[in-house]
Design a protein around this ligand. Structure first.
Ligand code: MN
Ligand code: MN
Length: 380
């Protein structure tokens, strides 16, 4: 056996399994060590809970690109779908609307966004890395990169969403008779000679002027609740192994999608917990994580994640996420619910009569009594 073969991970554990002589995709085996050699506690059949944006088709346009992870890529993910999009300086994501509500997290750079609601009330703001936005379903909006360009994650409240089937202004124009457009706006048909023949979607543009120079005053005023939220500027809740910033309807009142931005220090772990209301859609921003899920009936599986990966946890499945690298692990948890909710295994056990727990898991009652009664979302 060559030295390279000896360094190759093998599906062997404690004298079981055997060497994989190929064919095989060693790069993927290295990225998914807990699928190749799982913890011995893993057992049974669990739906796939991982898909990487790097495995998704990238739609390349003049001025940017987009790729999506939806129910088509990750079939278990019925509640939410995600899009990773990049716009070069000045480039537009065209004016459009869709049937789903849209939540976004700015990953790098900055952009300007606008929206107008059903009362004609308008919204215009600039957002930067670490900021969120939210547009209710059906409300039309646009995105334009500022001078450093922008990359953002979009999350929609329907797993079947596709970024390729939104309602675009240029497409609406292209598929309406010019006589009707002219009548609608009080123009003459010849004033519409240069309208686009098909949708523009993402296209190059000039960096817009300062925010105040771009404002339009609506006679019905501004939208009643802001569509942006400065998540990264929010003071985090700190725990022994890291920190959490939660954005839900208690602080970002316009949003019907809730989220937590979680940072886990090396050696730390997002504690054993589950969500009592909704499935969880995850996006990994940096670092290396290992998630184990418990699906009841003696069934459990472990998945490995790195930057750009999407994870999913069905409602009620118990899970933990361990930082297995030597840099901070940063990820987003998102839920199709205006309120964030999780049940901490430790908090449950600590606030239950201790003899009940001790009799069940066969550990000394004194250990149960010493458990912290306050939630520690990230332990070490
Ligand atoms: Mn949109
Ligand atoms: Mn969770």
């Amino acid at each position: 056996m060559s030295e390279a073969e000896q360094d190759t991970p093998q599906p062997r554990r404690d004298g079981q399994g055997g060497r994989d002589q190929g064919p095989r995709n060693v790069a993927l085996d290295r990225q998914n060590p807990d699928l190749l050699v799982s913890p011995t506690t893993d057992r049974g059949t669990v739906p796939n809970l991982k898909f990487s944006f790097s495995m998704a088709h990238t739609r390349i346009e003049q001025g940017g690109w987009a790729r999506e992870v939806t129910q088509r890529e990750l079939p278990i993910a019925t509640t939410l779908a995600g899009v990773d999009m990049k716009l070069e300086p000045g480039a537009y994501r065209e004016l459009h609307w869709h049937k789903q509500s849209e939540w976004a997290y700015v990953l790098t750079g900055s952009c300007r966004i606008s929206a107008v609601d059903q009362e004609g009330r308008n919204f215009l703001d600039d957002v930067r890395a670490g900021d969120l936005w939210f547009f209710p379903k059906g409300v039309p909006h646009h995105i334009q990169a500022l001078d450093e360009g922008v990359e953002f994650l979009l999350v929609f409240d329907d797993g079947a969403f596709s970024e390729n089937s939104t309602f675009l202004l240029s497409d609406f124009f292209a598929h309406t008779p010019r006589s009707v457009l002219a009548k609608n706006f009080g123009w003459t048909p010849d004033q519409l000679d240069r309208i686009p023949e098909r949708e523009k979607y993402i296209f190059a543009g000039q960096v817009p002027p300062p925010l105040d120079a771009d404002r339009v005053v609506s006679p019905t005023g501004d939208v009643p609740r802001t569509f942006t939220h400065r998540l990264q500027q929010q003071e985090p809740v700190r725990f022994p192994g890291g920190s959490v910033r939660i954005a839900d309807s208690t602080g970002f009142t316009a949003s019907t999608i809730s989220a937590a931005l979680v940072e886990v220090e090396p050696g730390g772990m997002r504690e054993l917990h589950w969500h009592p209301t909704d499935d969880e859609w995850q996006y990994y921003i940096s670092g290396s994580g290992r998630m184990g899920v418990f699906a009841s009936s003696g069934v459990a599986r472990t998945f490995d994640f790195q930057a750009g990966d999407v994870g999913y946890v069905p409602f009620a499945y118990g899970h933990y996420i361990e930082n297995v690298g030597d840099e901070p692990l940063v990820f987003l948890e998102m839920f199709r619910n205006e309120r964030f909710a999780d049940i901490s295994l430790t908090q449950w056990m600590a606030n239950t009569p201790p003899q009940v727990i001790a009799d069940t898991v066969n550990v000394p009652r004194s250990l149960i009594e010493a458990l912290p009664k306050e939630k520690r979302s990230v332990v070490r």
